[in-house]
Design a binder for this molecule. Structure first.
Ligand SMILES: NC(=O)c1ccc[n+]([C@@H]2O[C@H](COP(=O)([O-])OP(=O)(O)OC[C@H]3O[C@@H](n4cnc5c(N)ncnc54)[C@H](O)[C@@H]3O)[C@@H](O)[C@H]2O)c1
Length: 347
């Protein structure tokens, strides 16, 4: 079988993740990579032994003979890069949030359908044995009727500089996350996209959202080319069509927290907790047993392996662009809820 030829666009943190994980599959070959930052590009191509380098993604897509594009660019570029790749007949594995807005997401989803192309959105938090087991327990009725779901995602890098100093964009690649031109939905798209994906994965469709968002003074308005006008925190109260209610929240101002994600589900006959610091451990309470118990589960295949297998075997992948579109709708309606100061219904 000929190898699957991959081009990686964006050589930052997630690009490094793709380049480290994809080649573990012997049928995958990363032929090319692209980043406008020549120093990053050189270091990346040397580290992963990638033969062809480009500073313009359009040139990479035009010149390389590829099967798949790994789109690890900042949020505002997701749509442009993925669209061009699909127009050239390539499968796409893209970072979340799928796009900057719902119009772009729907257009991409339609192109994927029209051209019958495999797509994936990297909702990487699905690679958790505890989350997968939680879904099974909910579906087989072990928790009874779902009543309450809580998801909280806390990072503190604005204060504690856990990922370097965002005040120095030359050294710190995360500064763009603070600019609405580069990350239009701010923390909602960055961390909230995961929370909404996990919430619906476990409990089914969300029917109503009431969201509040906030941004805080950073002592300056601009850093280099980046205007510091992005959203820093959000919290949403939600109602699911199954009747349960819940609460999702995320912030980058959680001083002392580097990357803390927790999820709790309460049902009429049981509850569960997942802490992503130990993402393959499920903490379960069944009324019948009357106590909390820990279950250490076997690490599952990650989303990258699952996607590559689907590409090789021509089988469908989830979460794809249809799921990405749904996620984008929830993000956009959350923003609408905040801007219009009202609860919104989700169709
Ligand atoms: N799925 C996850 O769990 C997860 C985790 C972190 C980040 N992300 C997402 O991944 C994406 C990238 O985030 P990151 O943390 O890797 O950021 P990063 O800043 O580390 O990397 C982004 C890279 O894209 C490059 N870039 C900028 N413009 C480009 C262009 N025109 N063409 C090609 N490359 C370009 C930058 O130079 C940088 O090297 C974001 O959308 C982010 O939301 C997803």
């Amino acid at each position: 079988m000929a190898k699957v030829r991959v081009g990686i666009i964006g050589c930052g943190m997630m690009g490094n993740c793709y380049a480290a994980v994809f080649p573990r599959d012997k049928d995958i070959e990363i032929t090319s990579c692209c980043d406008p930052n020549p120093h990053k590009l050189k270091a990346f191509s040397e580290k992963y032994h990638i033969p062809h380098t480009y500073t313009d993604y359009r040139e990479l897509i035009e010149k390389e003979e590829l099967n798949l594009i790994g789109n690890a660019t900042p949020d505002h570029l997701h749509s442009k890069v993925s669209d061009l790749a699909m127009q050239s007949g390539l499968a796409v594995f893209s970072e979340k949030p799928m796009t900057s807005n719902l119009i772009e997401a729907r257009a991409l989803s339609k192109t994927a359908e029209d051209k019958n192309l495999l797509t994936g959105v990297n909702f990487s938090k699905r690679s958790s044995a505890a989350l997968i087991r939680a879904k099974e327990l909910i579906e087989n009725g072990s928790l009874g009727e779902l009543r309450h779901i809580e998801g909280t995602y806390k990072q503190g890098w604005i204060v504690t500089e856990d990922y370097g100093s965002w005040k120095n964009p030359d050294k710190h690649s995360w500064t763009w996350r603070l600019s609405s031109a580069h990350q239009p939905l701010g923390v909602l798209g960055d961390l909230g996209s995961h929370l909404y994906d996990m919430a619906e994965y476990l409990a089914g469709p969300i029917a109503e959202i009431s969201c509040r968002m906030n941004r805080f003074d950073k002592g300056m308005e601009k850093v280099g080319e980046f205007t510091l006008d992005g959203w820093d925190s959000f919290y949403s109260s939600i109602n699911f069509t199954c009747g349960a209610s819940g609460f999702l929240s995320a912030t980058r101002w959680a001083t002392g927290e580097k990357d803390s994600l927790t999820l709790t589900v309460h049902g009429s006959t049981g509850s569960l907790r997942i802490n992503y610091a130990e993402k393959n451990r499920l903490n379960l309470f069944l009324v019948q047993k009357g106590k909390w118990e820990n279950f250490d589960l076997q690490k599952p295949q990650n989303q990258y392996q699952i996607f590559l297998n689907c590409l090789k075997n021509a089988t469908p992948y989830k979460p794809d662009y249809v799921d990405g579109c749904r996620n984008q709708l929830l993000l956009e309606e959350s923003l609408r809820s905040h801007m219009e100061n009202r609860t919104v219904s989700i169709s």
